[in-house]
Design a protein around this ligand. Structure first.
Ligand SMILES: Cc1cc2nc3c(=O)[nH]c(=O)nc-3n(C[C@H](O)[C@H](O)[C@H](O)COP(=O)(O)OP(=O)(O)OC[C@H]3O[C@@H](n4cnc5c(N)ncnc54)[C@H](O)[C@@H]3O)c2cc1C
Length: 591
């Protein structure tokens, strides 16, 4: 049942077996794992179908120093569905090396192995509708060149590893019918948890206090799962102080909120390859019509030898007309600028993201109008994609662009001084605002520098084309990226998993150390962040948590009947979509 907000009587108490706090992909995947079972599940989703300003203001926080991180309400969504209401859908698994203790990466090493998580990727991909659990281009696209640029791969960088792209699946809308029709799951919309109450016993949560339509009620449960996102999870633990936990729950060793990680991203330098025909960087469709893309990955051997963290690099398009000379590119830049403004995103955000483009929006407009014969069919194709529910993830540059820009996404290594704490200011529900102090170390900077040096040296030695890149500017460029940092909505590590409460917040089952019935789901439990976008892995970990909860002393289980693929209508749609998408790709390649 999905329960719209309404007024409750003072002192109302609702009881359940498992109470999930949050409404994003972590909360929804957990609930989907309990379909048709005997245990009663309640989701307290702090948001509804649309984000209004009264929701958005609850996501505000303080940044210290002020330009060191984007405003907190910008990259988070206080809606049912959480970040998946707006996410790009890029699904990338963590690598085995991410789980290892690396002597050169402080605080690295997970208390669980890659294999313990890998076995959940298949179902996680199913929830994200991103195809099969195979990320090896040599297997997924047999017979094709496995490399982005033939001859470039070596022992240091390889490009056969794929990323897969979700529809992108909007979790709340995609799964609302299934959740609604399940007798054992109740979803309370606009239900904002303001305190986790530990009243009778130090290791046991008794209830949570929730504000729904200005009524304050309590939800009691046998087990609680905190799944409110990488910033709200530590915020709620820290602010839920009691006689038993004067510094907040799980914070006996001052670890809650520390080790805040994101990813470092940016674009420095460009290449103008001589042989454009041999390059394999556009999206490719696999057998199930899922968009896949290749990127260069720094091999574990190279990471070990260079003593750097994990990272990837890929090619992307220029933003200036003079560099891309493409009408469709200009039209997309214009459309995105206006849609951001119409969606009410702050002007600061729009200007920051489109710093360069803003200068020549006028130029983009003139160029778009002059070339409308290319632009109209392009947008018609996008329309078809939207109708068929799976869209081209992002617009990549045409193969004819003068310069192809070299982008990176790298690991932000764990650092206890990078942290979320509480400020003195409070939101309208009385919760202290989160205070963000994001921090980077020399290892973060060296990872980017080594990646670029290796990439450009190899490109140049093989005489693959012209380059536009100044090694001497690299450090300065990375520093600028850090000083005007954007988390890109990857909020990791703030309730990290560890064997011992001394160096973490949750144990290997995601249970808060020292607590018997409180668990955490989401990327806040990652001890290290790898280079991968977090959602696929956080869902995998949530599914693992679901198995753990089912095994612990809950009532017996009825078998689940849910299978996203067993829908013949969907199989037909997938086939039709594949045909349409192939036509579109052939069409796009002409421009
Ligand atoms: C623009 C954008 C693009 C992205 N693209 C990608 C991508 O391509 N690939 C990828 O892997 N990831 C991407 N992400 C990140 C992805 O969305 C997050 O990793 C993911 O949504 C995190 O899931 P979550 O359930 O842990 O938290 P969230 O999605 O943040 O959900 C948290 C939920 O908790 C609710 N909540 C918060 N506080 C409370 C409270 N006190 N009480 C009750 N409920 C509360 C919120 O309303 C929300 O529903 C993107 C994010 C954004 C914003």
């Amino acid at each position: 049942m999905i329960i719209a907000p309404k007024k409750y009587k003072e002192g109302t108490i609702i009881e359940t077996d498992i109470c999930i706090i949050g409404g994003g992909p972590a909360a929804i995947s957990l609930a989907l794992s309990f379909l048709n079972q005997h245990s009663k599940i309640i989701i307290l989703a702090g948001g509804s179908w649309k984000e209004k300003s009264r929701h958005r203001e609850l996501n505000k926080g303080i940044i210290d120093p002020s330009s060191s991180h984007e405003p907190l309400e910008e990259n988070r969504k206080r809606v049912f569905g959480g970040g998946t209401a707006v996410w790009g859908g890029r699904c990338v698994p963590f690598d085995p090396i991410d789980f290892e203790k690396r002597s050169w990466v402080p605080h690295s090493g997970w208390p669980i192995t890659y294999d313990q998580v890998e076995q959940y990727f298949e179902r996680s991909l199913q929830f994200c509708e991103a195809g099969e659990n195979n990320f090896d281009a040599r297997v997924v696209f047999p017979g094709k060149n496995p490399e982005i640029i033939p001859g470039m791969d070596n022992e240091d960088i390889v490009s056969y590893k794929l990323e897969r792209w979700s529809a992108p699946t909007r979790f709340a809308h995609r799964y609302k019918h299934i959740l609604k029709s399940n007798h054992n799951i109740d979803i309370y919309l606009d239900a904002h948890v303001i305190n986790i109450n530990v009243e009778n016993q130090a290791d046991k949560v008794d209830s949570v206090t929730v504000v729904i339509d200005s009524s304050e009620i309590k939800v009691k449960a046998g087990k609680f799962v905190l799944a409110a996102g990488g910033i709200e999870n530590p915020r709620l633990l820290l602010s839920s102080k009691s006689a038993f936990h004067p510094n907040g729950i799980g914070n006996q060793h001052d670890n809650v909120g520390r080790y805040y990680m994101c990813h470092l991203t940016g674009t420095f330098g460009a290449v103008d390859p001589f042989n454009r025909k041999e390059i394999l960087f556009p999206f490719e469709l696999d057998q199930q019509a899922i968009y896949c893309r290749r990127r260069w990955w720094l091999t574990p051997k190279f990471q070990k030898q260079a003593k750097i963290a994990n990272g990837i690099m890929y090619l992307n398009g220029p933003i200036n007309v003079k560099d891309h000379k493409e009408a469709t590119e200009s039209a997309v830049i214009l459309a995105k600028s206006f849609s951001n403004i119409l969606k009410g995103r702050s002007f600061k955000a729009v200007f920051k993201n489109l710093k360069q483009a803003i200068k020549d929006l006028n130029e983009h407009l003139v160029f778009t109008l002059k070339n409308s014969h290319q632009v109209i069919p392009f947008f018609l194709n996008i329309g078809i994609k939207r109708i068929t529910n799976r869209r081209l993830p992002i617009r990549l540059p045409s193969i004819k662009s003068k310069w192809l820009f070299v982008c990176f996404q790298s690991e932000h290594v764990p650092n206890p001084e990078s942290r979320i704490c509480l400020s003195e200011e409070k939101d309208r529900l009385g919760l202290p605002l989160p205070l963000v102090k994001v921090g980077f170390t020399e290892l973060d900077i060296q990872t980017v520098i080594s990646s670029y040096k290796t990439f450009f040296e190899r490109f140049q030695n093989l005489n693959k084309g012209n380059i536009s890149y100044k090694e001497e500017d690299l450090r300065q460029n990375v520093m600028e990226e850090i000083n005007n940092f954007s988390s890109r909505a990857h909020h990791l590590g703030t309730t990290r998993m560890s064997d011992s409460p001394i160096n973490g917040v949750v144990d290997s089952n995601c249970k808060v150390h020292g607590m018997s019935n409180l668990y955490v789901a989401g990327s806040s439990v990652f001890p290290t962040g790898g280079h991968a976008n977090p959602t696929l892995t956080l869902i995998a970990l949530t599914l693992r948590l679901a198995d753990h909860l089912k095994k612990s002393n809950l009532p017996p289980i009825k078998p689940s009947s849910y299978n996203v693929d067993a829908n013949p209508k969907k199989v037909f749609h997938m086939k039709a979509l594949r045909l349409l998408s192939n036509i579109t790709l052939i069409f796009s390649a002409r421009y």
